[in-house]
Design a protein around this ligand. Structure first.
Ligand SMILES: [Zn+2]
Length: 489
């Protein structure tokens, strides 16, 4: 009795304090009008004169200027309208006087990898970073987002929400966190729940579910999570959601506690590369972050020289985890590596632009793949493989690139970030020697040819008629390196 009474008092106090000290967003989907209505209320007693939309969103390294998606906007102070005075560039909206609330409408938009807002006949998708603006000076304040329900539609948010009669409310510590927490609403959400490491995980399928074995997709996602737990020993989130959209925009985008997977096929194994890649990002990019991405500055695109690590090495680990999980075989793993290397040979751009330059200058061009025709996905994947071979060889199979990965994770989680040299410093600790140190810098900072055969040979791997295979008569050390990657035959 006493406890129940106390709980009631606390609940009452908590909801009162929420209303007072948070930025509150309310979103109403309008599928027929193909838009959403957004209301933003500032915390009690606070005002601002400028409102901003994001210039770019995390994970998509191209400037989109989401101010362009706003179709109408009004400001209010104590319920009275305050006029719009003008714009500050394409993303800034300036009011004539101080306001405490903003109402605006936004039309659907998407970046290179995901919709920010998609309104279908049977479902709606919201990735808030490209849809929720913010008042000047308001990025660090705690927020809540209430999504108004549509009758008969179910809802799933990346953050566990509170349901009320009319809406579903998600609380986040700041604008960055709410921006990185998508919500899907739909008539048919096919949900599979599983637990790994004591934490709940969801696969939520939507879109064209015809012919989709949802359980098989859930099982594949579980394999990815199990590899993450094996690699790092813990999971950097309270719960995680794989949003699986079928038959719509085919691409994936990582978020802190979820990812959006746009599937172009219904076979879970064929789609596993996408699943594993986006899930590796729960660690690499979201937990392990360079200082340029912590915190996210939504108005100023960052210059990050390690996107080759954040995307390309993510792709490399995606293959390593698929191999370990038994999703792909040795031959398929090696074929993936060879195909990435071949791409760097076929394209003369790779002889001109380094992995670091391709990373740094990505915002100068479109597409979020790299700069100057060099994909930091492809080059970074090759570099990941080479670094792994170097470490395995230098340590006689005792250390691997996973040790580097774990050390980075340990150093940078809990909201710390890595600086310019940390990755190389960690690799160097496992690959000692002046000459090798030079080789490492060359691999990343120059466009010189990748030392391919010189490193394959360390694991006894040979290229035979266009296929990478295990050579014959391996030395003891070659055998140790081979077995550290692929196990005993
Ligand atoms: Zn990625």
């Amino acid at each position: 009795m006493v406890r129940a009474g106390l709980a009631l008092i606390l609940v009452g106090w908590a909801s009162f304090s929420l209303a007072a000290d948070r930025v509150e967003y309310t979103i109403q989907f309008d599928p027929l009008g193909n838009q959403v209505l957004v209301e933003m209320d500032l915390p009690e007693g606070e005002t601002a004169e400028k409102f901003w939309m994001s210039a770019w969103v995390p994970g998509d390294y191209e400037r989109f200027d989401y101010g362009k998606t706003v179709t109408a906007i009004s400001f209010f102070k104590d319920g009275e309208e305050v006029k719009l005075a003008g714009r500050d560039g394409v993303n800034g909206f300036v009011a004539e006087d101080k306001f405490d609330a903003v109402k605006y409408t936004v039309k659907p938009s998407r970046g290179n990898f995901s919709y920010n807002l998609f309104l279908g006949r049977d479902y709606a998708w919201l990735s808030p970073a490209g849809v929720l603006g913010f008042a000047e000076g308001g990025l660090a304040k705690p927020v809540s987002l209430t999504v108004k329900k549509i009758d008969g539609w179910k809802i799933h948010g990346a953050i566990e929400g509170r349901s009320t009669d009319s809406g579903y409310t998600l609380d986040a510590k700041n604008h960055e966190e709410i921006g990185d927490s998508p919500v899907v609403m739909g008539r048919n959400l096919a949900t599979v729940k599983f637990e790994v490491g004591g934490k709940p995980h969801f696969f939520v399928g939507f879109g064209n579910l015809a012919g989709v074995d949802v359980a098989a997709f859930g099982a594949m996602c579980q394999k990815a999570v199990e590899q993450g737990l094996k690699e790092f020993g813990d999971l950097p989130y309270p719960r995680y959601t794989f949003f699986g959209e079928f038959g719509n925009y085919p691409a994936g985008l990582e978020h802190g506690t979820s990812c959006r997977l746009g599937f172009w096929g219904t076979d879970a194994r064929q789609m596993s590369g996408l699943i594993f890649h986006e899930y590796v990002h729960a660690f690499n990019v979201k937990a392990i972050r360079p200082k340029e991405l912590r915190p996210i500055d939504p108005l100023n695109p960052p210059v990050v020289d390690s996107l080759w690590w954040l995307e390309g090495v993510t792709d490399y680990f995606s293959e390593v985890w698929r191999l370990r999980a038994g999703v792909i075989k040795n031959e398929e793993f090696l074929a993936e590596m060879r195909s990435a290397y071949e791409s760097t040979l076929r394209n003369p751009a790779y002889a001109k632009v380094s992995a670091a330059e391709s990373s740094r200058r990505v915002f100068e061009v479109r597409g979020s793949q790299g700069f100057g025709g060099v994909s930091y996905y492809t080059k970074g994947k090759v570099i990941g493989f080479i670094l792994d071979l170097m470490i395995r060889d230098a340590s006689e199979g005792k250390r691997t690139l996973s040790d580097t990965f774990r050390a980075l994770y340990k150093e940078t989680r809990d909201e710390v970030s890595y600086g310019r040299t940390m990755i190389l410093d960690l690799v160097r600790a496992d690959v000692p020697g002046e000459e090798r140190a030079e080789e490492l810098v060359k691999l990343i900072e120059t466009a010189e040819p990748v030392p391919w055969n010189a490193n394959l040979v360390k694991a006894g791997i040979v290229d035979r008629a266009g296929r990478l295979v295990k050579g014959s008569d391996l030395t003891v050390n070659q055998m140790v390196v081979w077995e550290s990657l692929f196990g005993k035959d």
